[in-house]
Design a protein around this ligand. Structure first.
Ligand code: HEC
Length: 270
């Protein structure tokens, strides 16, 4: 499936050079750009937005992470619209306009030429996915993540995106569940409903200082759910609402692989 999408983008962009580069960007170059333009703030030490990109490797990046990064790069263009930009002039125009406020400028460094930025975005667009779980295990730690898009009601082609990351260390029994959102930070009350039950409330508050020393501050873009209130592992869905007006995103726990679920049992109440 992923190979198919890459092929489609490449083939189409030869005809319409609009928003996409003809060549897939090598992984090493993607990593270099992330290191230079993103990891200056997203360090292990500062974890802006609850995210470290210090060890980012495009070769193994979770599709949900690629989707979040794409949302930040494009300041909130929906994944489908980013992909459509290769053939649809309206989508290409929206993308070009929104990219001006994207995260490429966050580090305050001169931005690479257009062809490089297009190839970078296109690489993320082919890696990104919403609605599917991605699990990995290293040493004793199992991690699973999934992204979910909430389309904007007012602005066609735009969307907010949420990402849930669950981890469990089988050796220590320590678990974590983090929800992050993009492209805008937000404070407020987040409601989390498990399997259609009455929701739990999380107050999302605080201020982020930039990991690269830039003197501006922002609101948060992530919250640790498991540390605040222990949510049992849902059987069917975990739905989030209320943080942004009229936005709901539901994650399908019934689609999680049984082996992943089993790995989490050591940390999260089932
Ligand atoms: C100057 C510091 C800074 C730079 C540079 C920066 N970010 Fe961020 N980023 C933040 C802060 C602060 C937040 C949380 C507040 C917000 O969302 O604006 C954040 C949030 C995020 C989030 C959402 C939270 C999450 O856990 O998913 C993503 C994704 C992200 N950034 C990706 C990027 C990418 C990709 C780049 C490089 C193109 C980048 N950032 C460059 C400071 C930075």
């Amino acid at each position: 499936m992923r190979a198919l999408i890459i092929t489609a983008l490449v083939a189409v962009s030869l005809v319409t050079p609009a928003a996409f580069a003809a060549e897939a960007m090598p992984v090493a170059q993607q990593n270099e750009l992330v290191g230079k333009y993103c990891a200056v703030c997203h360090t292990d030490a500062s974890r802006n937005g609850g995210l470290s990109l210090e060890h980012f490797d495009a070769a193994s990046a979770a599709p949900s992470l690629a989707a979040m990064m794409l949302s930040k790069l494009t300041s909130g263009v929906a994944l489908e619209t980013v992909r459509a930009a290769a053939t649809d002039p309206d989508a290409a125009a929206l993308l070009a306009q929104k990219m001006k406020r994207g995260a490429m400028g966050a580090a305050g460094l001169p931005i690479p030429d257009q062809a490089t930025v297009d190839a970078f975005v296109s690489a993320f667009a082919s890696q990104a996915a919403a609605g599917e779980w991605h699990a990995s295990a290293s040493n004793q730690v199992t991690t699973a993540s999934i992204a979910g898009e909430a389309p904007s009601a007012e602005n066609p082609g735009e969307a907010s995106i949420y990402r849930l990351v669950i981890s469990c260390n089988a050796a220590t029994g320590q678990g974590d569940m983090q929800l992050a959102w993009a492209p805008m930070p937000q404070r407020g009350t987040l409601l989390a409903a498990t399997d259609g039950k009455p929701p739990l409330r999380f107050e999302v508050d605080g201020t982020e200082t930039m990991g690269n020393g830039n003197p501006v501050t922002s609101g948060p873009a992530a919250v640790h759910l498991y540390k605040a209130i222990s949510i049992p592992l849902p059987a069917q869905t975990l739905a989030f609402s209320n943080l942004f007006p009229y936005q709901t995103v539901a994650f399908p726990f019934d689609a999680m692989a049984p082996s992943t679920r089993q790995a989490f049992a050591a940390c999260l109440a089932d």
